[in-house]
Write a protein that binds this ligand. Structure first.
Ligand SMILES: Cc1ncc(COP(=O)(O)O)c(C=O)c1O
Length: 389
């Protein structure tokens, strides 16, 4: 558990480091990769040991008999989230972007509206566009640097063509851990407009002290229209495994989802399953606790540094390692502040507008890296905007 170790990821087909020159013009030799949401850390030893076990055996045939895998998922949800699930409720998809796409396939038709609370994780809109669904943006309210929801305003936006709402909880990119009351509001909104609610809780393990994640399944009166999505991949930094879980308690909804999975001939990848089973253990839990402590330190360093630069303001992170920084105080046009970040500071960060309306003046910075790199990023930003000080 040495999160300070600088691990060279360049030259390993790593999207975050190896694509930043092509995608952002940030040079590979001295750029800092702070975009894609994976961490520059190794996963816990229990995960790599499980993979070593597979390699040692050396036969990579079809995976079956997944009782232990399902039990490991149930154990994690129970012990870490107080959420009791039945092993038969679990589907394994090729990650949660795929899980989202599968929900779109199973529960909506081309032309149907799907509600997103924007700005939000960009792949939702990408999937919806590709599937020819109508994206219905319900903008989050930026209340002095904190996102909130305004259901009265959203009621007026919907036109009756909507069939589904996708919630990101905790929220990427705003770092919010929605309160129980806010989640009750989302549930009431879904009921009122007769929407299936897909709750993407991929960031649920990455919650900082002071905040408490509420599992959407614990909100009363939503179970008959609720689809939960969770994964090991963000928590344990194994996103390349492309594995995630769609968990559906309601029998009728589950049957619809199962039918679509079957029609597309989907089944799990053994590497993702083996890693997940190894991760959802006491050793995995111990590693996550240490990770959170480290990330908590990183967010403090990043926030203190960034918020000391006039014109820049980061949203306080209650969860996730993705810091959403508002550049509107610089008074600069988007191209101008982005150019300083990419060409002067040589940092690749996600562009705000890709997250939908409300993201125009923001960049998203991934701070899941050794602390010296976070400090380096702050120094570079300070230098790039030094004329504002
Ligand atoms: C909210 C959310 N859902 C899903 C994903 C990606 O999921 P996967 O890699 O399992 O497709 C991300 C990645 O950042 C995310 O933030």
């Amino acid at each position: 558990m040495n999160f300070d170790e600088l691990i060279e990821r360049r030259g390993t087909q790593c999207d975050k480091w190896d694509s930043m020159e092509t995608k952002f013009g940030v040079p590979a030799e001295d750029g800092l990769a702070m975009w894609v949401a994976d961490m520059d850390f190794r996963p816990p030893a229990c995960v790599t040991d499980a993979l070593r076990g597979m390699l040692g055996h050396g036969v990579f045939g079809y995976y079956g008999s997944d009782t232990n895998y399902r039990e490991a998922i149930c154990w994690w949800m129970q012990t870490r989230h107080g959420w009791t699930i039945d092993p038969t409720w679990i589907f394994t998809t090729h990650g949660l972007v795929n899980g989202t796409g599968m929900c779109v396939e199973a529960f909506t038709e081309p032309g149907d509206g799907v509600v997103l609370f924007t700005p939000v994780y960009h792949a939702f809109a990408r999937v919806l566009k590709a599937a020819e669904r109508k994206i219905v943006e319900c903008p989050l309210v930026n209340n002095d640097g904190r996102y909130e929801m305004d259901f009265d305003a959203y009621d007026a936006i919907l036109d009756g063509s909507e069939k589904m709402v996708v919630l990101c909880s905790p929220h990427n990119p705003g770092g919010r851990v929605w309160t129980k009351e806010e989640l009750e509001g989302v549930a009431a909104f879904a009921r009122k407009h007769d929407l299936i609610l897909v709750s993407d809780e991929i960031h649920h393990d990455l919650v900082f002290p002071g905040s408490k994640h509420t599992v959407m399944a614990h909100i009363d009166g939503i179970e008959d229209r609720l689809v939960m999505m969770t994964a090991t991949t963000k928590t344990f930094n194994i996103a390349g495994a492309h594995s995630g879980n769609v968990i559906i308690a309601d029998d009728a909804l589950r049957a619809r989802f199962a039918k679509r999975m079957g029609a597309l001939g989907m089944s799990a990848n053994s590497f993702g399953v083996v890693m997940a089973e190894a991760a959802y253990t006491a050793q995995g839990a111990e590693w996550v606790d240490a990770l959170l402590e480290y990330l908590d330190g990183n967010r403090k360093v990043f926030d203190a540094g960034v918020n000391a630069i006039p014109g820049l303001r980061s949203m306080p992170l209650e969860a996730t390692y993705l810091s959403w920084v508002d550049f509107s105080g610089t008074g600069m046009a988007r191209d101008a502040f982005t150019s300083r970040v990419e060409h002067t500071a040589k940092i690749a960060a996600n562009h705000g507008p890709t997250f939908g309306s409300g993201g125009e003046n923001f960049l998203r910075f991934n701070i899941a890296m050794p602390r010296v790199r976070v400090e380096e990023a702050v120094e570079r930003l300070r230098g790039a905007f030094s004329d504002l000080q």
